[in-house]
Design a protein. Sequence first.
Length: 590
Amino acid sequence: MTVSEKISALRNLMQKKGINAYIITSSDPHMSEYVPSRWISREWISGFTGSAGTVVVTNEKAGLWTDSRYFIQAENQLAGSGIDLFKMGTSNTPTSFEWLSKELEVDAKVGFDGTCFSVAQTRDLKQSLGNLGVHIIYEFDLIDEIWLDRSPLPEKAIFDQNIKFAGKSRGEKLTELRKIMKANECNYHFVGSLDDIAWIFNIRGLDVAYNPLALSYAIIGTESAKLYLNIDQLSSDFIKDLEKDNIFISNYQQIFNDLNKLPGSVNVLLDVSRTNLMAFNSITANIIENENPSQLLKSIKNDVEIEGIKNAMKKDGIALTQFFFWLEQNLGKEEMTELSLMNKVYDFRAKQDAFKDESFGTICGYKKHGAEPHYSTTQESNVTIKKEGILLIDSGGQYIDGTTDITRTIPLGELDKEAKIDYTLVLKGMMQLAMAKFPLGTRGCNIDALARMDLWKHGRNYGHGTGHGVGCFLNVHEGPQSIRQELKEQAILPGMVTSDEPALYRPGKYGIRHENLILCKKSESTPFGDFLEFETITLCYFDTKGIIVEMLTSEEKNWLNTYHKKVFDSLSPELDEKHKNWLKEKTNSI
């Protein structure tokens, strides 16, 4: 079916069920960023392939809401579909819920799949539509009725994340959680988010692209815990190991019945942002609402995880050194495209020990494609790479001991003055954040301006956040910390790994982004309090051809020279002579 035919089929079903508007999110039952193919419902109904977006369909209109990362992509993919694009965050653009409040009449019925809509989202919807007396219909997955070749539930093996990589046993983690449960006077803790479950129980899986997660729910009690998943995905030995820690297995689909059976007198701790409405409404017990404690616990990496992540960074640096060497040696000698470069980056990483997968789909944006922050190359958009212009590559790897995320912008020919200024300003911002020293308790929004200050001085800016948390052989995008302009209460704490990625985009021309991962650590204690700082843990050179050296302060030049020395000293022992000599040249002092 075409997009128009799919929208028409959905409207026919809506009419039969008396539904006036239907909302299709980008989520799955676990509120995941990346979802198993069974739940790419928003992509299927609209043709828009970006990772974030919401489609709303009424009897007469249809719209898609997405953020600035995807404006250009969405415009191209929605062309001729009959779905209007709403650019979130721009002036005079209503949210999807605000738009609905203007489109619907009193007593209208709004529907969505209650397993793919969080409790928090539902409350926002009700608040936005409160004056209309709207009826919420969440029992029907209408997409399932028209998506005839929809993928089944995944069935790949679930495996143990050994304590030599995890640093803490699942028993130790459950003990920590139970202390928090007790402090909140809770008898049970419901967990619906896959990364939390993976971290708590030291399990990993292959059910979600790029993220080593297993489709699951969990109910944690004061003495035992129950995991809800496909038991056929576990070996009998692994099941026995889990049972030694009083962790028992039940069928994935059984979760709603078991939640309903919890005694009405008990207290259940859950996170309304990470719990779907169907699960929430299955509970008749008392609900204590709080962020999943595991969000903060897993963001603070232990010593074993930090060592593993640094080891993964070294392997990643070797792979990228080999890739960029190959690119420079062969550009102009053989045909290269965005897609072939993406495959080549994967190939070099795959040669590294304990490599499991990419941590997200590689963004390979050449020239104007680099101006789309989350550009996704397709066969139709794929272009040939030449010895000119700017190439932006944002990529990452999942190694069993750590997760990586890195962006490098490479000048493939001579740059004009404007491009060099842009390139240098973005790099200055990245270095200023990397050099930050700040008091304990500082939030990400308090230091975001460090990465933007030099851009602002020259009337430039970027529309996305500066940094996100990164997991340890888990999700490449992880909370609860972030570095962005919007207020978020979570402080940056020792042990947190966060990205440092300021940028600049000139639509129709190029995009520039420089990204390293930074580890927060203790700096010093003074009469004014405890201070923290960052250690840059990514190991890959920056191409200095794009830099206007005179624009750098002495402090910035010293940082870059010291960083490049660290990159060379860390990677060169693992490189052959030709790669070592080439890297030596790339990391020479400026």
